[in-house]
Structures are given as C-alpha cells and as structure tokens.
Design a protein around this ligand. Sequence first.
Ligand code: SF4
Ligand code: SF4
Length: 415
Amino acid sequence: MIKKYHADIIQCRSFQEVKTRLAEVLTRYGDVFPADRDAQILIKPNLNSNMNALTGNTTDLRLLAAVILFLKEEGYRDITIGEGTNSGFYRTNISVITRLRVDELAKYYGVNCIDLNYSEPFLIPFEDGVQAGIARECKEADLLVNMPKLKTHFEAGMTVCLKNLIGCLVGQENKKKTHLSLAANIVNITENCRPHLHIVDALFAMEGLGPTKGTPVKTDTVFIGTDPYFIDLLAARFASCDPDKITPLRIARQRGIIDQELFAAAQDFSLTPYDRPFAPPEAGPIATFIHHPKRQKYFLAVRNTAFFNYLCNTDLFAKLLFFTDLRQDVFLETEMEWEGLSLAEEQCNNCGKCGEYCPVDLALPRALSEQDMQQCIHCLYCFCVCPQDAIQFHGKLGFMEEQMKQYDTMIRSIA
Ligand code: SF4
Ligand code: SF4
C-alpha cells in the first residue's frame, strides 16, 4: 500500500537500467493497478513536438517501452498509448506520433496507439463558464498513466504532471480555450482527469527557454508517484525552482488543493536536488512584453483570428515568430526519407552507448555492423548519441534537420 504523499525517485542511464529499476518500483504500487487483466489502460506521454526525447522535449521511448513491458509482464492486454499533440502540429496536419516513432514502438511491443486530438470529447468545466472537451479515453480508462517530461516552460514556469494533461484536450479548438486562463485551466484539467499514476521522464530534462527552445539536461532521473501536485512540488525542488513561479502550483495552493500538509510533506521529502539550479525560462523582450498578464489577453484575441492563423502558416511570419520567441516550434513539412543506418567500423570504439539507448533493445553496434536491422523503428537515438560519429544515416533527414542543427553537438556531448 502506497502511503499518502509518497514518491519514488530512481536513477538510471541505460534502457536496461530503466527497465529493471522501474519494474522494481512499480511492483510496490500494486493497489494502483486494476485487478482485471482486461482493464483499459491508457498511457499518456508528452509528445509536445517532433523533437525527440534527447532534446529534453518529449517522453523517452525507452521509458515508454519499460512501462509497456511491465504492464504486459503483469498480464494486461488492453494497453493504449494516447496523446493529443500540440495545436501547431495538429493545425499543420503533421503527425508527431509518427515522427517520434511512437506508433512504431507501439506496434513493436503489441499495444495500441491513438491521437487524442481526434477522440470523442467529454466536456469539463473551465474558467468563466467555459467548457472544454477532453478525450473520452482519458476519463474512462481504468488506469491512466501520465508520463510527462520535466522541463521549464515560458508561460507556466515548469511543465511536469499538471501541464502535461493539456494533451488530453481534443483538437485545437479545445486547447485554445486553456490559454484564456492557462494556470487555472491546467488545474481544472488535472482535477477532472486525475490520472492514477505519474511517471516523470527527467532522463533528459530541459532547462532555459522551454518547452521547445531550451537546453537538454541529462539527469538520468525518473519520478514515480500517485499525487500530481506532490510530484510537481518535488520536481520544482529537484530543479531548484521556486514553486510560486510555477503558475498551476500557485493556483492549486490558492485553491487549497495543495494544503499546508501536502506542501510541507513535499518540502520535507528526502530528495537530492540536481547539481545546479535549472536555468529559468526567459524569453526575448518582445515575447516577455506581449505575454505580460496585463497584455496577454489582447495577444490571445489576435492569435485566435483566422487571419493570424493564415499568417502563421507563411514562411516569413513563422520565422519572425520564432526569432522573437513568440513561437518555439518549427513546423517543417518534409518527412524523413529512410534508406538505412550503417556503421563506420574504423570510427567505432565499442563504447556501447548506442545499445544503451535503443528502445527495442537491438544488439548495437553488432546489429549495425551485420546489418541485422529489421526490428529498427527508425528513432535515430543511436545515431544522435554516438560520440564518435560512427553511425551514418542514409536518406534525407527532412524535419529532423532542424533538431540536428540546434541540438546535435549538445546531445552528443552529454549523452
Ligand atoms: S556509440 Fe558509436 S562508438 Fe560507441 S559503440 Fe556505438 S557506434 Fe561504436
Ligand atoms: S537501431 Fe537506432 S534507430 Fe533503430 S531503433 Fe535502435 S536506436 Fe532507434
């Protein structure tokens, strides 16, 4: 029986360690798991953009795979990965789920995968009498597993368990409603969704201008627990971030959802903060000026017009938004064209790092050397982390070129 205000914090580097340590912990959460092996299980990762987990932006495929393997080992048969990726990608018809290879991972491990943006909505109350639709699957799952990424966030301060639940909202129309009163509506979603279990991916977290323009921080850490407010308070302590600067936590305290007992328990919980405070999410002067609480409503009124949406889809205006930090995502329409990976044997020093990152456990680098790659799901984790540049990609990187431009050197230096 997991006691009130409990969490587990584990350290793991390789996929093997993630699987072993997570399973050790999850076996202690027996009362969270349904007795019926046909129960509907929904795993809700954070697939915020098409930047892979190593950038600090999205949930690590290795952690997702470890959760699925644990559930399958326990005998569960109805497991689905579901996410409603962010409005910009939805609007431009880009499938982040496919780009991040989550659908291929699901296929490999024999589970379902759905885009919650197209689900049937279940209406929940938002601020000022507004109603918004969350995916019915989130409401009806017998076990909802929330798997956020730990990262700084320009508007909310930090995004962990609470903020990740925005992805439960159906389509852009419902997501837009959140921004009318962002922090309060994040709390509203949390109170109406209430996932049973939270597994936070901080293997590669993000600091600085998150959620999409920040810097990856490899902390090798995973948080596990059942109370989203408690875990978010722990995550704030881990990153040495003032919880009052995390707007959903501030609202939850004002509403008494986080009471003195919960707050004190999170402050007293034994936790070693990361080596140094995370850099805060500071944007440029234009974005900071516009996003000031006194002015943001005017920006939102403009942002929600058809003309602004049209402008957003033009190259020049999109570049301007990105340059001023008003937009952090880059919506490249070109898909990746995969012809294969090969190994430059003379460059490989057999460090074994590629094998530690492969979410389908291919025996790397041998499988590369022998071209025994039929099970590869094309996630490119091995390619991104190789310190020797020994793994060569054949084909066209397409949308991945942007990630490589921004993050290639950073990821290789910390992986
Ligand atoms: S990460 Fe690179 S250098 Fe290390 S074993 Fe793999 S291919 Fe070789
Ligand atoms: S071999 Fe590389 S690209 Fe293929 S699944 Fe493994 S890590 Fe991903």
